[in-house]
Design a protein around this ligand. Structure first.
Ligand code: FAD
Length: 399
């Protein structure tokens, strides 16, 4: 019969892989395993928080993939056996494959921050995995219920984590909401890092759009939160400063999703090391791992890169299934961040395989960030480009 490609996870990496495999290699028999019936994107979820978009605007189904000939199975992958090349599902079915692409995303490490676990996230939402949308909705309701003059606290993790500029886009769009509806409120961003992605552009814009509203505290200034108390709504730092806040958005440290960890694919970092040319796990033959679960070296964890990696993994898997040499991949990333509804900035990079170190390497001078300065037309255009990017990546996943 036809060669069987199995894909686990129907998000940025997995939906792309399944769609692209059917478009480019129609001889492949493609099955996608995804536990949820619809997918809510993390990209643009900060715009839902700000009230610019509804949850329905960022929710997608799997009919498009079915129409492309993908067999979509809504079940939970529970056990991967890379030796027998079999995947067991929660419902009891076992799927055999010739090659599998895993893009299961992340889990939040509930052991990493004292006082923060799943129960605490019902009071102090993370809203960092979109899942069923409950966390984003909760954080939005809390912002709506907060009195004018309240303090919104954010806890921002150390690297590496999903979407490096994401917390700062979130700060910006919460500020956008507050400046319209509760202008006496403040945002206190407590960071485990010393610096962050597109920092100068973000800070210039905060000054211009939301003067006096946002206080960002770096690790060097006692920004590292080590304990939270959801009962008293307190965020406590490394040096014992206790910040009482009205709303707390706690983004804890993360690791590769459970299915990848349980299959023994992750190393001590909590992420899955791969051969950069094929995206094949270093621990298991025939298992390609893409997206946030993968250890990406100098590449960020973004939906754009998950899409780019998924295409490379499909090309490698298809070549290997035909007994051919895998093509040399190129990885592309652009991360847009909204600072207001008509104000966005971006960072772009291209990465290739560095044969010597067998890792991903940024191509020198291949990218960069938006220019600094008072450039309202450029910011407005980048907000349009961001919408174009979102529409086109959604089409490449679900269209
Ligand atoms: P996911 O998209 O999380 O998909 C994983 C899928 O696997 C999920 O659907 C899950 O249900 C499924 N799954 C997991 N385990 C199992 C299992 N055992 N069985 C069955 N199914 C399973 N990136 C950008 O490029 N641009 C942006 O503007 C951007 N903005 C962001 C804003 C925020 C607030 C956040 C949090 C992230 C943002 N990102 C952005 C990052 C982006 O969301 C991630 O990089 C991307 O989702 C990673 O794709 P993935 O396929 O690895 O994981």
């Amino acid at each position: 019969g036809a060669a069987r490609l199995l894909v686990v996870g129907g998000g940025f990496g997995g939906a792309t892989a399944a769609s692209y495999a059917r478009r480019e290699h129609p001889w492949l028999d493609v099955t996608l395993v995804e536990q949820r019936r619809s997918y809510i994107t993390c990209p643009y979820s900060n715009r839902v928080l700000a009230g610019d978009l509804a949850l329905a605007d960022i929710t997608f189904g799997y009919e498009g993939l079915r129409a492309r000939g993908v067999r979509v199975v809504h079940d939970r992958a529970v056990h991967l056996d890379p030796v027998a090349r079999r995947l067991r599902l929660g419902g009891g079915e076992t799927l055999s494959y010739d090659r599998v692409i895993l893009s299961p995303g992340i889990v939040l490490r509930y052991d990493a921050l004292e006082g923060y676990d799943e129960a605490a996230s019902a009071r102090m939402p993370h809203a960092w995995t979109a899942a069923d949308g409950a966390q984003i909705t909760l954080l939005r309701r809390q912002l709506q219920a907060m009195p004018d003059g309240g303090v919104v606290g954010l806890v921002i993790p150390p690297n590496p984590y999903r979407c490096p500029p994401g917390p700062y886009e979130r700060i910006s769009l919460i500020a956008s909401y507050l400046s319209k509806h509760k202008p006496r409120s403040k945002i206190l961003a407590l960071d485990a890092k010393e610096a962050f992605s597109k920092q100068a552009l973000f800070q210039d814009a905060w000054q211009a759009l939301y003067p006096g509203m946002i206080e960002w505290v770096s690790a060097a200034n006692d920004g590292r939160v080590v304990r939270v108390d959801p009962e008293d709504m307190v965020l406590e730092t490394e040096f014992g400063t206790r910040h009482r806040v009205s709303v707390a958005n706690v983004i804890p440290p993360q690791s590769a999703a459970a299915i990848a960890i349980d299959a023994g694919l992750a190393d001590s970092t909590g992420w899955v090391p791969v051969d950069p040319r094929t995206l094949e796990s270093r621990a298991a033959a025939g298992v390609h791992v893409v997206g946030d679960a993968m250890f990406p070296g100098s590449m960020p964890k973004s939906g754009f890169l998950a899409n780019s990696e998924a295409k490379a993994a499909v090309s490698a898997a298809a070549a290997l299934l035909r007994g051919e040499a895998p093509p040399e991949p190129i990885f592309v990333n652009t991360c847009y961040s909204h600072i207001g509804p008509e104000y966005a900035i971006s960072v772009a990079n291209i990465f290739r395989v560095d044969e010597e170190s067998r890792s991903f390497a940024e191509v020198p001078n291949s990218g960069g960030t938006s220019p600094r300065g008072d450039l309202p037309e450029q910011r407005r255009l980048e907000a349009l480009y961001a919408d174009g990017w979102y529409a086109s990546i959604i089409r490449s996943m679900f269209g």
